[in-house]
Design a protein around this ligand. Structure first.
Ligand code: 9UX
Length: 69
């Protein structure tokens, strides 16, 4: 089964950052879709994996992510 997670993303200071975070999430294992919103500083991700793996992927790309419950 798959899960849908919403994250608050920190550190995106220009629209180019959106592409970096988008790629980090999209290229992560088990991710089905990832949509990053610059205006709201959020990301919506559908994955077959864990939210922790996604937070690590975002952090490894130089940004922060926290799960919105
Ligand atoms: Mo824009 Mo983001 O020049 O690292 S791409 S700030």
């Amino acid at each position: 089964s798959s899960f849908s997670y919403q994250f608050s993303i920190g550190g995106m200071t220009c629209a180019g950052c959106v592409n970096t975070v988008q790629k980090a999430l999209s290229n992560s294992e088990d991710v089905i879709s990832a949509d990053v919103n610059f205006a709201n500083h959020t990301a919506q991700v559908v994955t077959k994996g864990s939210s922790d793996a996604l937070i690590k992927a975002v952090e490894n790309s130089g940004y922060q992510a926290s799960l919105i419950l």
